[in-house]
Design a protein around this ligand. Structure first.
Ligand code: DMJ
Length: 456
């Protein structure tokens, strides 16, 4: 089914928005997001590996030809370093590792080099925004006192380690190792990492902590850096498990109805709200369970299962059976959005991502059932003639479409669905880690260097 869905999403993108960043499935035209500046083709690059994995060979070939002929980084554009890294660098790296086609390696390294000026700050903590022609960076004007964002500068590690690996140039890995160094020098309030860090002073901004937006993938990348290093990156491992400990103590709570959730922390006060983005953490806890210290493996699996259940409830308690952007545990509600501007669903993957991890780790059939419920809801409410669209209010009985087919729907949501219903030996976790945009990157095995040495 996810293959049919991918075909519908791809064919319509191709028909109405080919070469542009994303598709507007209702108005049947291109959609450009300023996150990518003038860089074009986000959907193509994000979808490459999904096409490859689903064996959509014709489509993969036309996507590759577009990349060869048209993907151009010599543009005068201000881009989001984080978004371009996870979607474009990540997408190109996976396409290279899966297909072995040199063009993807070349483009990934070329783009990586364009991102390097973002690190020209007093601390080496990169800017959020970068003009890739002039090399001038800055931060989001809304971010606490000129701060960089934890989930942005903390979500470069996996891709940059691979860029060094593939280019032979150590500079990429050095940049991200320096980020770790800065973080480790700082005091952390209650052992937690605030979402804001000033790249000039090297001091935290506002003490807001989130496992959802602004924080999320920083934690994910600590765990995955350790896994991707074939479990040699002890520093990443230590930082991850210590962070989870602090999160459990200060952010994880149980509602009176028995639902475990992860709240947001604002200078010591809890906001009892959980974002759709936060739902990825179920899969993360599951994935990290195996290495948990102090015999806590079972506990981490249990935590992953509880988060999966809560996030499923957030879907089940809507009329469309699709989850809202954020849901609350206060004012007499549990796992329900109470504010109008939190009731939308934009084709995000995190809940299905968690089902996929928990399925692989436990083989409990409920995760496939829940994934199937999501497929039915997507087909019923999001599928339109011109592709797939997000929904403005999942509690309403009829759809108000937002008219955007997000590129992560093809890279993540549909890929995770496909994996949920595939055998475990497709991209097995021992050999692959998924970047935060679901682009698989190979584990760099310890003995690989030796193997090459031996062959010489
Ligand atoms: C994606 O770009 C990535 O999953 C990112 O980590 C969070 N936001 C979107 C999907 O919701």
């Amino acid at each position: 089914v996810s293959l049919q869905m991918m075909k519908h999403a791809w064919d319509n993108y191709k028909r109405y928005a080919w070469g542009l960043n994303e598709l507007k499935p209702i108005s049947k035209q291109g959609h450009s997001s300023n996150l990518f500046g003038n860089i074009q083709g986000a959907t193509i690059v994000d979808a490459l590996d999904t096409l490859y994995i689903m064996e959509m060979k014709e489509e993969f070939k036309e996507a590759k030809e577009w990349v060869e002929k048209n993907l151009d980084f010599n543009v005068n554009a201000e881009i989001s370093v984080f978004e371009v890294n996870i979607r474009f660098v990540g997408g190109l790296l996976s396409a290279y590792y899966l297909s072995g086609e040199e063009v993807f390696r070349k483009k990934a390294v070329e783009l990586g080099e364009k991102l390097l000026p973002a690190f020209n700050t007093p601390t080496g903590i990169p800017w959020a925004l970068l003009n890739i022609k002039s090399g001038i960076g800055r931060n989001w004007p809304w971010a606490s006192g000129g701060s960089s964002i934890l989930a942005e500068f903390g979500t470069l590690h996996l891709e940059f380690v691979h860029l060094s690996h593939l280019s032979g140039n150590p500079v990429f890995a050095e940049k991200v190792m320096n980020i770790r160094k800065v973080l480790n020098r700082l005091d952390k309030p209650e052992g937690l990492y605030p979402n804001y860090l000033n790249p000039s002073s090297g001091q935290w901004g506002q003490h807001h902590v989130s496992i959802g937006g602004l924080g999320d993938s920083f934690y994910e990348y600590l765990l995955k850096a350790w896994l991707m290093s074939d479990k040699t990156d002890e520093e990443g491992k230590k930082m991850y498990y210590e962070a989870v400990q602090a999160i459990e103590t200060h952010l994880i709570r149980k509602s009176s109805g028995g639902l475990t959730y992860i709240a947001e922390w604002k200078g010591g006060l809890l906001e009892h709200k959980m974002g759709h983005l936060t739902c990825f953490a179920g899969g993360m806890f599951g994935l990290g369970a195996d290495g948990a210290p102090n015999d806590k493996t079972g506990h981490h699996i249990e935590l992953g299962a509880e988060i999966a259940r809560t996030c499923h409830e957030s879907y089940d308690r809507t009329s469309m059976k699709l989850g809202p952007e954020a849901f609350r545990f206060d004012g007499g509600v549990e796992a329900i959005a109470t504010r109008q501007n939190e009731k939308y669903y934009i084709l995000r993957p995190e809940v299905i991502e968690t089902y996929m991890y928990m399925w692989r780790l436990t083989h409990d059939p409920k995760y496939r059932q829940w994934g199937w419920e999501a497929v039915e809801a997507l087909e019923k409410h999001c599928r339109v003639d011109g592709g797939y669209s997000g929904i403005r209010d999942v509690y309403n009985n009829h759809e108000s479409h937002d008219d955007v087919q997000q590129s992560f729907f093809l890279s993540e949501t549909l890929k995770y669905l496909y994996l949920l219903f595939s055998e475990d030996d497709l991209l097995p976790f021992e050999h692959w880690v998924f970047n935060t945009e679901a682009h698989p990157l190979p584990v760099l095995h310890k003995d690989e260097g030796n193997k090459e040495e031996n062959q010489k």
